[in-house]
Each structure stands twice: as structure tokens, then as C-alpha cells.
Design a protein around this ligand. Sequence first.
Ligand SMILES: C[S@@+](CC[C@H](N)C(=O)[O-])C[C@H]1O[C@@H](n2cnc3c(N)ncnc32)[C@H](O)[C@@H]1O
Length: 248
Amino acid sequence: MSQRFEIANWNQYVMRWHEPHRQLEPLEVEIEAVDQALQALSDARILPHIRYDQEKFQAHRLAVRQCFDIPWTAITPRMQRLLYAINAITQPATMVAVGIFCGNTFISNAGAAIGPGACYPADLLVGLEIRSAEATRARRNITTLSHHGVTVRILAEDAKPWLERLERTIDLLYLDPDGPPGTGKSIYLEMLDAAQHALRPGSLVLAHNSVNAARQLADYLAYVRDPANFSESVNLVIDDQGLEVSLV
Ligand SMILES: C[S@@+](CC[C@H](N)C(=O)[O-])C[C@H]1O[C@@H](n2cnc3c(N)ncnc32)[C@H](O)[C@@H]1O
């Protein structure tokens, strides 16, 4: 089944890309918006519940604000909270994030397992970034946080062959790469194909830009919304970027 969940006035909630930590609305409004999105995932039986530790999330947000070098980001405060909450609730042993740029998207997912927002013991967290300078920046950023014994790998690699070679299960796959000029976000389906053998029933696949890049992602979105391929898929329209959450 595929579904769409929309927050009222989502298109007026727009990120200021060069002000990564700016609060865009009162905190209680942000919390309520994300709770509604989590409830939509729970109603679709993608999440078992919608509870996550608010204080740990705030500690995570503060650490990223204080320690990370983020030149720009399209991750809104709502999206940062949503990604953290999905990871905190589902507790993936192995999380793989593709196209992590400076590491902000990686830590939005991984912050549920490392740093001051950690709330469960993960096994392996991997961030893949094809541009070596950005992978270096991401590694530098992530090194500022305690890893609590979790294995963390930030790799300066093309994610596609890396995924094809992978010999373990991925519990949560986060997709955010953009390909060479002209292809843009249309490479998500290639990445999903490369990772398919590592997914198992219960694995989650999160795809950023399900709203603003919907046209480039048409083949990907059609694939994950086909019940022959994924048991559930929900398009969370909480900001002008969007997140498609798909359950194998
Ligand atoms: C536009 S950024 C994502 C930014 C993110 N949405 C944010 O707001 O922080 C996408 C990243 O994917 C990376 N990328 C593109 N193709 C890739 C590939 N094949 N493997 C790994 N990373 C890739 C790019 O170098 C780029 O840094």
C-alpha cells in the first residue's frame, strides 16, 4: 500500500539552507508536526509506536549545533527530528546512509546510536560519500561525538559498488545521493537495486526529496509504492523536501 501524509501549510515551511540551526517555528509546533508524521507511520504499521526521548533528541541537536561544520543543508529541523525519531524507535543494528555530504544527514540518522542522543546499541553505522573532501569533513564532524563502542565507518566511495559487494543485512537504508549533472536524484533506484540483496523483511528504506525531486524520482517512487516490492510506503510531506518511508 502506498500513502501520502501531509502537514497543513507544508510548502510554507522552507529551509534556509545556509542557516542550518535556525529554528523555523516554535518547538511545540515542530514536535506536534513530527508526532503526526510518526503517527502516520504507526497507522501504516511501519513503526511499532511513536515514542522517543525528547531530552536525548535535544542533546543530539545541541551537539550537532556546537560541533559540526555544516556549509549548507536542506535538512529542516522537522526532518532532523523525524530521522532521529525513526532511528530511535526502530533501533537498526546496521544503518547505511548514501550521499551524506558533510555528515549532517548521517548524524540525523546515527544520532540515535552515537553522541549524547544515543538511546540504543547499534552494531554498524556506515556513511558513503563519493566526494573525498566532503567525506573527510563528515568524518571530522562525526569524530567530535562519542561512538559508545559502535562501529562507525565514513567511506569516500561510490555507494553503488560498495552496496553490491555488501555481505550483511541492512536494517535501515537512507538515500540522499545526487548523480552527475542532468541525472540528479534519479540514481536512487540504482542504489536500491544495488542494496536489494541486503534488505530483509522489516528493513526500512528512507528516501529524502520525495517532494521536491518527485519527478526525478518517478521510477524509484513507483517501485517502492508497488506492493509487489514493498509491503508499505508512505510519503511524509512535512516540509518542501519530503521523505518517502518504505518497509520491505
Ligand atoms: C546534495 S547532497 C545531500 C545533501 C543533504 N540532503 C543535506 O541537506 O545535507 C548529495 C551527496 O551525494 C553524493 N553522491 C552522489 N553520488 C554518490 C554516489 N554514487 N555514492 C556516494 N555519494 C554520492 C554527492 O557527492 C553529494 O555530496
